[in-house]
Design a protein around this ligand. Structure first.
Ligand code: FAD
Ligand code: NA7
Length: 484
């Protein structure tokens, strides 16, 4: 079917989306090659196959978050009767090497899996020569590859601000998880989920992070929940510099970093000294190296716009994952979109990716997970009069003995006010948030209503059961804090 082409399908990018698409296509009989190439960061960090999630994203982030939670648990253990040394202290280098060893083992398993499944893995940087021809820059020279169909799954990389010293002295999440020295006092610039997560685990590991916020916290998320997340971090001793932007980074003679910054409301300029400056100001799509104009593929900002079948403006070129414009930048989204695309291409399927109601978790010290609409989006879509918000603060049983703060443990359900009272969004702030929301995400996608939620018997004593106990509406004005 591929005529005179080398391959039926060439996938550019061996991350979450590219690998799932390539493997599924092979399973349905296609001849597939998958290119993956990582350009080192300005300080020289590089990594193996598997993309962002495995190497510099979800996986190392979750492991460091876990390390930080374990430190907290050791302190709590004393209250539960364990004889523990209260002067416990993390060993950063040991943590980094444990995390990196795990990543290397995943890289290895990925390579073996590709070989077993007969996906040809090419460690080269791909760029288009014409709509059916790709040039791959390999260590050994250039190779020209032709294919009938292409899938672009090149993902993105962190941005650097355009200020003096940013690239020379700052690092990003691409460097943090393999940093060969303790981060120390760290300025985290950016209050998106990556910035907050990194600040959260650094604090838990005993370092001193400060979060610099340009405008609002967690743009795109429910803002009541976002503000509770920030407040819970401030309560743990993480300062937030609000309405502030960085101006410059200079290296002092003692090696520490002098950061000048400006409060955009007052115009006041201030400075402080840090050991590490971490840019978490968003990510840019990796369209530049692809020479997309040679294939006729149009870009939108630094992303690629696709239709509901992930097709670009060129019919035989598709795109999935973080590189596509306007969709959630999450691993399971890339994985499912890649798999469904391969099935449509090679297995007579017509099932499309549904990007709505994707659940997600922000792994801050007190975790936040949600699925469906934020309160403000529900109001915008249906009107304030048509929305009922059920909410409540709660006290996790296991928080009592170590006297952990319960101040920000909170759940809310955003629902239709009349009719069947369809649930539009669920929001949870508390322990193991991802585990709690995942099942509710299936319920929400299946048409969950408030009566069904109220009729669901909780599992006691858990924090997830709080969703089944919601009875106070915001509209009632009643106090949502528990009595005892
Ligand atoms: P990627 O995984 O980025 O893979 C793209 C690959 O293509 C890369 O290896 C890249 O180097 C390569 N490439 C680029 N250009 C070329 C080229 N021209 N030729 C050859 N190869 C090329 N998501 C979650 O779901 N949960 C989380 O908890 C989570 N945490 C995250 C934490 C951090 C710090 C970060 C940065 C991201 C996190 N994400 C998380 C997001 C998740 O990692 C991404 O959504 C996911 O990796 C996107 O997959 P992808 O296939 O689109 O791209
Ligand atoms: P996000 O979610 O795009 O957040 C970036 C944050 O950085 C956000 O708070 C921005 O503030 C802030 N920002 C952006 N540019 C600047 C500059 N120049 N100076 C200071 N602060 C800035 O990015 P993440 O890195 O957390 O995550 C990237 C994606 O990965 C995200 O979409 C996830 O889905 C996965 P703003 O609100 O714009 O004022």
């Amino acid at each position: 079917q591929s005529g005179n082409y080398d391959y039926d399908l060439v996938v550019i990018g061996g991350g979450s989306g590219g690998l799932s698409c390539a493997k599924e296509a092979v399973a349905h009989g296609a001849r597939v090659a998958c290119l993956d190439f990582v350009k080192p960061t300005p300080i020289g960090t590089k990594w193996g196959v598997g993309g962002t999630c495995v190497n510099v994203g979800c996986i190392p982030k979750k492991l460091m978050h876990q390390a930080s939670l374990l430190g907290e648990a050791v302190h709590e253990a004393a209250a539960y009767g364990w004889n523990v040394d209260d002067k416990i202290k993390p060993d950063w280098n040991k943590l980094v090497s444990s995390v990196q060893n795990h990543i290397k083992s995943v890289n290895w398993v990925t390579r073996v899996d590709l070989r077993d499944k007969k996906v040809e893995y090419i460690n080269g940087l791909g760029s288009f020569v014409d709509p059916h021809t790709l040039s791959a820059k390999l260590k050994s020279g250039d190779r020209t590859i032709t294919a009938q169909t292409f899938v672009i799954a090149v993902g993105g990389r962190p941005r650097y601000p355009n200020i003096p010293g940013a690239v020379e002295y700052g690092i990003t999440s691409d460097d943090l998880f393999s940093l060969d020295r303790e981060p120390g006092k760290t300025l985290v610039v950016g209050a998106g989920y990556i910035g907050l997560e990194c600040a959260g685990f650094l604090k838990g590991l005993g370092y001193e992070p400060t979060v610099m916020v340009r405008s609002i916290v967690l743009r795109g998320f429910d803002q009541q929940m976002a503000n509770l997340v920030a407040a819970s971090m401030e309560e743990r001793g993480i300062p937030f510099l609000r309405k502030t932007v960085p101006l410059s980074v200079e290296k002092q003679s003692d090696g520490r970093l002098l950061v000048k910054y400006e409060n955009t409301e007052t115009g006041e300029i201030d400075s402080d000294v840090f050991d590490t400056v971490l840019w978490a100001i968003g990510r840019k799509g990796l369209v530049e190296d692809l020479n997309l104009h040679n294939a006729g593929v149009l870009t939108h900002k630094d992303k690629i716009q696709v239709d509901c079948e992930e097709t670009t403006n060129v019919p035989h070129i598709y795109a999935v994952g973080d590189i596509i414009y306007g969709k959630p930048e999450l691993t399971p989204v890339a994985v499912l979109a890649g798999r469904l695309l391969a099935r449509r291409l090679y297995a007579d399927s017509d099932l499309r990716m549904d990007y709505a109601d994707v659940a997600t978790t922000v792994f801050t010290p007190l975790e936040y997970a949600c699925v469906g609409l934020s309160e403000e989006d529900a109001v915008k879509t249906y009107g304030a009069e048509e929305i009922e918000v059920f909410h409540g603060y709660y006290k996790p049983t296991e928080f009592f003995i170590p006297q952990k703060s319960v101040r920000y443990c909170y759940v809310k359900a955003v629902a239709q006010r009349s009719g069947e009272q369809r649930v539009y969004g669920l929001h949870y702030l508390g322990p193991v948030a991802g585990e709690v929301i995942q099942g509710f995400a299936a319920a929400l996608k299946s048409g969950l209503t408030i009566p069904t939620l109220m009729n669901t018997v909780g599992i006691h004593p858990t924090t997830a059961e709080e969703f089944t106990r919601l009875s106070i509406t915001k509209r009632s004005g009643l106090d949502p804090t528990p009595a005892s």
